[in-house]
Write a protein that binds this ligand. Structure first.
Ligand code: 5GP
Ligand code: ZN
Length: 114
């Protein structure tokens, strides 16, 4: 089994509530949701953060963003709005070091997030 949690989810080794999939990306519900809808979008291949996705070119940043917008629409978030967040580095709050875009919606959100 992969020692990367999200690689293991992408490989089906750890179960997840998958809501959307493409050849290069995957979307599943966050286990500890911070909003009524909280979905994580990942590239299937291991890259640590958005910058690495851009450099690697396997699942391009464009494909990742296409999945983000498709997921938001499928979840019905596009009418009332939603927030996307991707933490890079522990001091930014990153705890899983496989790139993921948080898609959050279903409630009013404050800005700045702190
Ligand atoms: P980060 O803190 O790296 O920006 O976000 C990691 C996210 O992964 C957190 O919101 C956390 O709740 C979520 N997470 C951690 N472990 C699991 C898991 O096993 N399954 C799912 N679906 N989400 C997880
Ligand atoms: Zn990984």
């Amino acid at each position: 089994m992969s020692d990367c949690l999200f690689c293991a989810i992408a490989a089906g080794e750890i179960p997840a509530d998958v809501v959307y999939e493409t050849e290069t990306t995957m979307a599943f519900r966050d286990v500890n949701p911070q909003a009524p809808t909280h979905i994580l979008v990942i590239p299937r291949t291991h890259q640590e953060n958005v910058a690495e996705v851009v450099q690697a070119g396997n699942a391009s940043a464009g494909e990742l963003m296409a999945t983000v917008t498709a997921v938001a629409k499928a979840a019905g978030l596009d009418t009332h709005g939603y927030r996307i967040v991707s933490n890079t580095g522990a001091s930014a709050g990153q705890s899983v070091f496989h790139c993921h875009i948080h898609v959050l919606g279903g409630r009013t959100m404050q800005w700045p997030p702190g």
